[in-house]
Design a protein around this ligand. Structure first.
Ligand code: SF4
Length: 147
């Protein structure tokens, strides 16, 4: 049986980004292709559709929340539930590759904003935070590790 890799769907060529585009990275697909069964992951598209309003990680009263860019709706809980559902269905992985800089998938590379939408640091998206906590034995990678 093949090992399993969780990979952000936009890296795999799915047109699931907020702007309706993809971020296909052939180097990731080629590196994992033969050895791994690749499980695509995108928590935003099933919830909000594509294209959709951009979301941001915003520090609010000391906590990180996921807030829509123009309408200022807090979608943190909805995303948490979607990611939880995915992880319940897919409880085991051998490798994890997540898209950098994303408010969902980015790991240590995602802009963290204050309530005035100014960048105050770099950190994690909501999915990478939950995934890192669940799979502490796996070193999270991004497409940047392949190019
Ligand atoms: S970065 Fe993650 S949430 Fe954003 S489009 Fe890619 S897979 Fe979906």
């Amino acid at each position: 049986m093949k090992k399993k890799a969780l990979v952000s769907a936009c890296i795999l060529g799915e047109y699931c980004r907020y702007d309706g585009k993809t971020k296909k990275i052939n180097a990731v697909i080629e590196a994992l292709g033969d050895e791994y069964e690749i499980i695509p992951f995108c928590p935003e598209a099933p919830l909000f559709g594509t294209p959709r309003e951009r979301i941001n990680v915003v520090e609010k009263e000391g906590k990180l929340r996921i807030i829509t860019d123009e309408t200022n709706v807090d979608v943190t809980l909805r995303l948490e539930e979607e990611i939880e559902r995915f992880l319940e269905k897919n409880p085991a992985f051998d490798r994890i590759v997540l898209k950098s800089k994303s408010p969902s998938c980015g790991y240590k590379t995602t802009p963290i904003l204050n309530e005035s939408k100014e960048q105050i640091s770099l950190g994690n998206g909501i999915a990478s935070t939950m995934i890192a906590k669940k799979f502490q034995e796996i070193v999270l990678e991004s497409e940047l590790d392949f190019i």
